[in-house]
Ligand binder design. Structure first.
Ligand SMILES: Nc1ncnc2c1ncn2[C@@H]1O[C@H](COP(=O)(O)OP(=O)(O)OP(=O)(O)O)[C@@H](O)[C@H]1O
Ligand SMILES: [Mg+2]
Length: 413
């Protein structure tokens, strides 16, 4: 995945989490917003009531009944704002909407009772079942510390509760769902990215390992190889210069030394070849696999069948090298652990993948318990799997005690 695509998807996931979380808290958010708006309305009403109270306090007492009602009617103009002035005995002397005589039970209202005690009373009165309400605020009008009237202001207000509760529940559920999907997406994105990073790291490691092997093989060939060759030549020269009759004691050790040098040369050639098999570059994967099989046959006396379905197949160098290395390790395991009499290497071109299978008829092992790294475990299986992952492919191990072993590597074509 490209960096740009990764970032775009990450932003999308973050946005989903944000929007989803916002929706998920709609319920509580709406309650909190509603409370704030209620307090705001109540503050406004209290301010209005205070100003009316100030005006009422300045009306001479005998003129209260005649002056206050017109004042209320003038100030409480809109149908939703109502101003009422009540005396401590419950008598309504001013009302912006109705004739004051019809407000008989006024002094029993909680906000009025509170104001009669000298405080500010606030009350909410639902006006219908869908959440509209009337807010009442009552403040005392005092003279010499005594409450002689109460001003009550009221207004109608639509609350957020009007959004149907079922609908709010649905929004919350959708919000939680969207946020959860966003979080899941984020998790997957990070997992994929770290897997891709690991794969890239594995590929780089394999490449540098191959480069290092190539360098070591070249150095061995150019330096040690030439020294051994010249040592062999010199020993031959010595042997020619010293006839066996003139130094009978030296003749046998000299011949042995020549044989040993030849052996060392032979083994060195093997090591050099193993480190960097030229057959792969020159003749391709199939020839290299056949060379592996031949080596196992010679070294461990195990019959190895090779079957390649894609003889014409040429793959990228790194892939061919990785497949060869996996095959080498699998065959080494066969010779080291399997006690097999036969093994086989198969390369198949399947519709979506190229498959390499190395199997044997040996004693097998419990593939599951060998999976977790522990002190006794070798590196062979781990590096095989890492190589397969680095190619963007996968490795499967099929084995059970007494049932032989199959290593199956799939590489995307
Ligand atoms: N073809 C096989 N047949 C039977 N047992 C096997 C086979 N391949 C692997 N195993 C078992 O799995 C174990 C792990 O193999 P792995 O290649 O990881 O380590 P190793 O060969 O012991 O050491 P290393 O490969 O590091 O030299 C082996 O010790 C062996 O017990
Ligand atoms: Mg091994």
């Amino acid at each position: 995945m490209g960096k740009r695509r990764f970032l775009l998807r990450l932003y999308a996931a973050n946005l989903m989490i944000l929007v989803g979380s916002l929706l998920a808290v709609t319920w509580y958010a709406s309650l909190a917003i509603d409370e704030l708006s209620h307090q705001h309305v109540a503050r406004d009403l209290e301010r209005d009531a205070q100003s009316v109270g100030w005006a009422v306090a300045h009306v001479p007492f005998p003129m209260l009944a005649e002056k206050v009602d017109p004042l209320c009617k003038r100030l409480g103009k809109t149908p939703f704002n109502r101003i009422t002035v009540i005396l401590p005995d419950g008598k309504v002397i001013g009302d912006s909407q109705a004739d004051p005589r019809y407000m008989a039970d006024c002094k029993y209202r909680p906000e009025v009772k509170e104001a009669l005690l000298g405080g500010t009373g606030v009350a909410r009165q639902p006006t219908d079942t869908r959440g509209s309400e009337t807010v009442h605020v009552a403040v005392p009008v005092q003279n010499n510390g005594k409450v002689f009237a109460v001003v009550r202001t009221s207004t109608f207000r639509r609350t957020l509760n009007e959004i149907d509760a079922a609908m709010r529940f649905r929004i919350v559920v959708i919000g939680i769902f969207v946020a959860a999907v966003g979080a899941g997406l984020r998790l997957i994105l990070y997992r994929v990215a770290s897997r891709e990073e690991l794969r890239a790291l594995g590929a780089r490691l394999s490449q540098s390992q191959e480069a290092e092997r190539q360098r070591v093989s070249r150095d061995l060939h150019d330096q040690l190889g030439q020294l051994i060759t010249s040592l062999g030549v010199n020993l031959h020269l010595v042997k020619a210069a010293v006839p066996p009759s003139s130094a009978p004691d030296a003749s046998a050790p000299l011949t042995r030394a020549i044989g040993q040098v030849e052996q060392i040369g032979e083994q060195l050639r093997e090591v050099i070849y193993d480190l960097h098999p030229p057959v792969l570059q020159e003749y391709g994967l199939e020839a290299a696999l056949r060379w592996c099989a031949e080596r196992l046959r010679k070294s461990a006396d195990i019959k190895v069948h090779v079957q390649c379905d894609g003889a014409d197949l040429r793959l990228a160098d790194e892939i061919e090298t990785s497949l060869l290395r996996i095959c080498q390790e699998a065959l080494t395991n066969v010779s080291k652990h399997a006690c097999a009499s036969e093994a086989s290497i198969r390369l198949q071109k399947l519709p979506a993948v190229l498959r390499l299978t190395v199997s044997d008829d040996g004693k097998g092992f419990d593939a599951k318990t060998r999976k977790a790294p522990n002190a006794k475990m070798g590196w062979g299986l781990i590096t095989m799997r890492e190589r397969a992952l680095a190619m963007g492919g996968s490795l499967r191990l099929e084995s059970a005690p007494g049932k032989g072993t199959r290593v199956i590597v799939d590489v995307p074509r």
